[in-house]
Design a protein around this ligand. Structure first.
Ligand SMILES: NC(=O)c1ccc[n+]([C@@H]2O[C@H](COP(=O)([O-])OP(=O)(O)OC[C@H]3O[C@@H](n4cnc5c(N)ncnc54)[C@H](OP(=O)(O)O)[C@@H]3O)[C@@H](O)[C@H]2O)c1
Length: 342
């Protein structure tokens, strides 16, 4: 039996935010550590991954997710270390092994081998929550299954400095496309070009956003990878090429608004250019997800893909980090490190 702190601390939902969540919407519960059943293992959570869907689930509306209940543990993907195993746990889940799983905002989790994935020590551990998890694999699956990226054609990625968008930019470049990012602010745009390798990035907050888009897309966008929606994406739809493909991967703007039902789209140009619009949810393609993971592992091995993330230190910082992530303050995926003090 390892030496454990007196209690396991975990975050539960205390009240629903109307706009952005803050520390006041969460309670910290302190629970005793349960004794393990033979099939159970105990995991010390090292990193938790913050995602926009967590923000959505705090509110009382559902799209492809369901709201958290008041008093429910805040769910998310984590990277953790096995610190104790029951007598019937398979040998690959030994003490000291790193795992990923959806174990939530808690310092220790009790789970079973079927609910976690054993990860190798081959990479920087944060890659298992970024390029090799939802952000990277969503970008890979949507691009590979529906994007048909063609060398020389133009790709526009909205929220290009974001967790998913940052990998769509990199995958577009690897496919030989002319990649144009769209992001909020000069710092994010510089990151998209200088670090992620886009050919250009347009700041949608600038006064001449529409003109800039037009000038960097002389032949229009052949492929659009959109996670944002709203007026930012509508301006891109004004600049699509004939028979363009539009991948709708997220709707950050309407999901963050207090009227998510009001989500108008520039349909006129989509119609006039005879575009194909493809909605995408990562949950619909488990087989392609496994394939994407193998391909992304190869790309990481060859150093063809860069991780695109920020790490915030300290369990106590988690709610504020979620607030800041949803307010657009970070570049890339946001991870909170639980085994490091703030
Ligand atoms: N379909 C799927 O299977 C799937 C999988 C994963 C994620 N998603 C969806 O894809 C979207 C992007 O996910 P992600 O994890 O990559 O997140 P993300 O893009 O890193 O999200 C944060 C960024 O969103 C941008 N943003 C745009 N409008 C915003 C607004 N009104 N308020 C706050 N931020 C805004 C901000 O960047 P700027 O400053 O550049 O605007 C911010 O930094 C989300 O809507 C998510 O639900 C879908």
């Amino acid at each position: 039996m390892p030496v454990l702190p007196l209690f396991n601390r975990r975050y539960i939902l205390q009240s629903r935010p109307i706009d952005l969540p803050g520390p006041e919407h969460f309670d910290i519960e302190q629970l005793d550590h349960p004794v393990l059943a033979p099939s159970e293992l105990r995991v010390a959570v090292r990193y938790v991954a913050l995602s926009p869907w967590q923000g959505q689930r705090l509110k009382d509306f559902s799209n492809y997710t369901q709201p958290f209940e008041i008093g429910e543990l805040i769910d998310c993907d984590v990277l953790g270390e096995i610190v104790e195993v029951g007598s019937a746990v398979p040998s690959e889940c030994g003490v000291g092994q790193m795992i990923t799983g959806r174990l939530g905002w808690q310092e220790f989790a009790v789970t079973t081998a079927e609910k976690v994935r054993v990860e190798s020590g081959e990479f920087d551990p944060t890659l298992w929550l970024t390029a090799l998890s939802s952000p990277g694999l969503t970008a890979y699956c949507a691009m590979d299954m529906f994007g048909r990226p063609m060398p020389g054609q133009s790709l526009v990625v909205t929220s290009a400095a974001g967790a998913v968008g940052g990998y769509a930019v990199q995958l577009g470049k690897l496919a030989g496309m002319h990649v144009v990012g769209v992001a909020g602010g000069a710092k994010k745009c510089a990151h998209v070009v200088d670090v992620l390798g886009a050919d250009a990035c347009v700041d949608y907050r600038s006064d001449d956003y529409h003109d800039q888009l037009k000038s960097v897309l002389p032949n229009g966008a052949h492929l659009v990878f959109d996670t944002v929606g709203g007026p930012v994406a509508d301006a891109v739809f004004d600049n699509i090429a004939k028979y363009a493909t539009v991948l709708l991967v997220g709707r950050t703007m309407s999901n963050n608004s207090d009227r998510p039902d009001l989500d108008p789209v520039n349909m006129r140009l989509l119609w006039a250019r005879e575009a194909t619009v493809q909605g995408f949810s990562r949950y619909s393609y488990p087989r392609q997800w496994a394939f994407a993971r193998e391909r992304m592992i190869e790309l990481c091995r060859g150093r063809a893909i860069k991780s695109n993330h920020n790490t915030v230190a300290g369990f106590e910082q988690t709610p504020q980090a979620l607030h800041d992530m949803l307010a657009g303050k970070f570049i890339g995926k946001v991870l909170v490190r639980f085994d490091q003090a703030a």
